[in-house]
Design a protein around this ligand. Sequence first.
Ligand SMILES: Nc1ncnc2c1ncn2[C@@H]1O[C@H](COP(=O)(O)OP(=O)(O)OP(=O)(O)O)[C@@H](O)[C@H]1O
Ligand SMILES: [Mg+2]
Length: 505
Amino acid sequence: MSNLDELLRIEGIRKTFPGVVALDSVDFDLRRGEVHVLLGENGAGKSTLIKMLSGAYHPDAGRVLVDGEEVRIQGAQDSERLGIATIYQEFNLVPDLTVAENIFLGRQPRRFGMIDRKTMEAEAAELLKRVGVNVSPRARVRELGIARLQMVEIAKALSLNARVLIMDEPTAVLTSEEVEKLFTIVRQLREAGVGIVFITHHLEEIAALGDRVTVIRDGKSVGQVPASTPEDELVRLMVGRSIEQQYPRERADTGAALLTVEGLTKDGVFHNVSFEVRAGEVVGIAGLVGAGRTEVVRAVFGADPYDKGAVKVAGSALRRHDVNAAMQAGIGLVPEDRKGQGLVLDATVEENLGLVTMRAATRGGLVDLKGQREAAARIAEQLGVRMAGLGQHVRTLSGGNQQKVVIGKWLLADTKVLILDEPTRGIDVGAKVEIYQLINELTAAGAAVLMISSDLPEVLGMSDRVLVMAQGRIAGELSADEATQDSVMALAVSTNTEREATRGH
Ligand SMILES: Nc1ncnc2c1ncn2[C@@H]1O[C@H](COP(=O)(O)OP(=O)(O)OP(=O)(O)O)[C@@H](O)[C@H]1O
Ligand SMILES: [Mg+2]
């Protein structure tokens, strides 16, 4: 391949923040018509690196070359002018604007000096169709679920017609179907000569989509390998050791039902949902996006109201739509949207870890601050949270490390029934295993775990029982032995098609 094919080169990039060397020395290059994967553990420096290219951060040392010439990227305008578009890991959309307004933010088509809404909405509709997402250009971004937000981000990046497209964990929040659509788009762009930087923690995506891989460890580029490199080799390069067992579920003895959900119904959202989770059990909930899984667990946790049914913890009924009552009874929820619901971004790691315990302690009248700090330090260590210290603001943690803090906060609070909604989203392969081990410890100690996951291998690997939801109902229940990729998917789609058929009459 000739030099003419080189779009971008990064040499010896260094970036420090107070107390942290985020990037020590990174080399990277991108060619026309390739997908170059950036691989590394949570906190390795991937997002920081690509922020140098979007102008969000400026390097302390090192060079960036575009088309062989050194450039200074001072801000978003510079990067746009150079043909670089970025899809950030944390969403960059304005909640109160519409989808179309977000896509064309700052460059709305105008007519006679006025924003030409009609043209803007028509063009947005075209882009949305291209990414295959069913959302109205007029919908407010605030109303969209996380997967759709991601698809809107992608539509927005496409509209820039960039030569370099950077995607920071675009698949983390997508289902397999959406991932396939995204891959089709990425392959088309590659055909058209676009260079794509792709960040993912899903190793199987690398061989499926990538051409080359650059591995970053502790802020340094430690190797460049072809995307066809076997997964265990990639893991070794990334975490410096091999992982023996990806899903180390150790079954615990099961006891009495800790969480009982009876006939839970919310008109038009979910219907007659009943199940229980026993002490010591991990129950997985599988299903397609939109099946109502998140809605059900939010209702169980008291975050949303429901119309009919009951939620009981250890036999006693909970008041509906009352998060405090749920928490007092020992329910914890790790939400799918950590930024929106799980964290106080401008508070420190220690404060976030203490959020739940603090409430309980304050109610009791006594706050053991020293004890709290020690407990926070212990859990952060156990989860391997990569940070400058407990005083670091959560906003500046890497995506995966933020997720670990959300989980840690409930682990600290002696939660009896822990509900996890997509718990390992954005978590690297090594840290996933740590989280699974903590789930084992929780259940061994008699807690009940309810886990929603769109990562089917994870559901199958960690659940003792699997509930499958389809269109707001429990379509079936499978034991760990019965649950396979095929049996789960059959249930997840079967009711849908059946209902489609009845609707036709
Ligand atoms: N603005 C900031 N202030 C302080 N530290 C920061 C800031 N931005 C990033 N860091 C630190 O730099 C390191 C690298 O973070 P980065 O977000 O690049 O990791 P990452 O590889 O993208 O991880 P993940 O897979 O979890 O997204 C982390 O230790 C993070 O806490
Ligand atoms: Mg990141």
